[in-house]
Ligand binder design. Structure first.
Ligand code: NDP
Length: 404
């Protein structure tokens, strides 16, 4: 019997794709036996550039932060933003006393009062079941914190389990506990719809704040314009979307580099940005005396163990650069990078336009695009910077001239 596709080896799958020899070789050069175990139908690794934010002060500690991103200007901008925030003393972090993930048991066609009364009566049993389902998380100091019924509509109810998953992101821990708790709801089996963690991690909302001397960002006019730009992010969804995208340039790059689930972090961030019924910027910038002050609050579910972190050695190596003692420390660091990234983007727009800062990195990407070799890139970038108009045709011509 022929093998099913998922049973093929990576090389057999590559052979099935009708690629030329060079492409097959290139993919083969990037294969990893470990990663082949992580996803189905693996063919090769897809490499993304990783750089570092060299120094950002977070909660009084100087930290170097790895960032994995395909976008050319992100890491340079993060370093610039961090430098500015460091001049104001760095980023302060404020966390809930216990960060936790929420899991949902969902019921439809049920009276809220009836289910809520049941949940109130079963409290002791919920805690016993959680401990039996995942004793190891209790040994680590985590576990179930609360169980509440929440009306979602006239006939649908979510029973929310708030669970401290310590240094793990916790999706599997929460789902394991939820599935065990489900058995207690035998009387509501007909109304039961499903059990799953929520990525809207409101029990782990973290706030980071920082300030920059106004003199360091180009003076009061730039500072005022920066604040006005940020206000647009609170009033206009078009601006808010772009501002939050810029924020996630930083947050996503650190989340990815540290082996965390960036989709979970982004989904929670965007949901939180809509908490007032209108999608808004996640950051707020104000002027206070001689300082520009910034604040970012959002839920962030990340871990320092488990999931892809335990599976991927590169994630462990990246985490070792940050060396967080706990997942809570990592939460603060990731959001601090987000604040720095946001500051750099706003400053660039407020102070002469985003393209000025972007261009050098963009030119490097353009040089690669038109086929410049590693030893030709610097010269071509210099020539592009001097050119009056730049596009792919101009870059191609300059490269051709250089090679004559
Ligand atoms: P894991 O189950 O892989 O890892 C958690 C385990 O790590 C714990 O159960 C614990 O096992 C061990 N551990 C070791 N040290 C610690 C510590 N200090 N604190 C806590 N746990 C520790 O991962 P998660 O439960 O974190 O799940 C994350 C993964 O789930 C991610 O890959 C994510 O992409 C995925 N996922 C995400 C979903 C979503 O976001 N909607 C849905 C489903 C999965 P022990 O105590 O036994 O040693």
């Amino acid at each position: 019997m022929p093998k099913k596709y998922y049973e093929l080896t990576p090389d057999e799958r590559l052979a099935s794709l009708n690629l030329d020899e060079q492409a097959v070789q290139a993919w083969q050069d990037n294969q990893s036996a470990t990663n082949a175990q992580i996803v189905e139908n693996y063919i090769s690794d897809f490499r993304v550039p990783m750089g570092v934010l060299k120094d950002i002060i977070v909660a009084d500690r100087h930290v170097t932060v790895p960032m994995a991103t395909e976008e050319p200007s992100v890491i340079a901008a993060a370093n610039h933003g961090a430098k500015l925030l460091n001049q104001g003393g760095g980023v302060a972090v404020s966390l809930p006393e216990r960060t936790a993930l929420i899991g949902q048991l969902l019921f439809s066609g049920v009276a809220y009062d009836e289910l809520a009364a049941f949940v109130a009566r079963q409290q002791a049993a919920f805690f016993t079941v959680a401990q039996e389902a995942k004793p190891s998380i209790y040994r680590r100091g985590g576990g179930l914190l609360s169980v509440t019924a929440r009306a979602v509509s006239a006939t649908s109810v979510s029973v929310d389990f708030t669970i401290d998953t310590r240094d793990a992101m916790g999706a599997n821990i929460v789902n394991t506990i939820l599935e065990a708790e489900q058995a207690l709801f035998a009387d509501f089996q007909a109304q039961f719809v499903g059990a799953i963690l929520s990525n809207y991690a409101t029990a782990q909302c973290v706030t980071v704040t920082g300030r920059v001397p106004i003199a360091s960002i180009g003076g009061r006019t730039v500072a005022k314009r920066l604040v006005q730009l940020n206000q647009f992010g609170h009033q206009d969804v078009y601006r808010a979307t772009t501002e939050n995208k810029g924020l996630f340039n930083g947050i996503g790059a650190v989340t990815l580099a540290t082996g965390n689930d960036w989709r979970a972090v982004e989904a929670a961030g965007h949901a939180f940005a809509s908490q007032n019924g209108r999608y808004q910027s996640l950051t707020t910038w104000t002027i206070a005396g001689d300082f520009l002050e910034g604040r970012l609050t959002m839920p962030i579910s990340v871990g320092t163990v488990g999931g892809a972190i335990s599976a991927m050695p590169q994630a462990q190596r990246a985490l070792a650069i940050v060396a967080p003692q706990t997942a809570d420390e990592l939460r603060g660091i990731i959001l601090a990078v987000g604040l720095a990234q946001n500051l750099a983007a706003l400053k660039a727009i407020a102070d002469g336009g985003i393209q000025k800062g972007h261009m050098k990195m963009h030119y490097r990407a353009l040089a690669l695009q038109v086929g410049a070799r590693d030893d030709e890139i610097a010269t071509l970038v210099t020539q592009l910077q001097a050119a009056e108009q730049v596009d792919a045709a101009v870059a191609t011509n300059l490269l051709r001239e250089m090679r004559k």
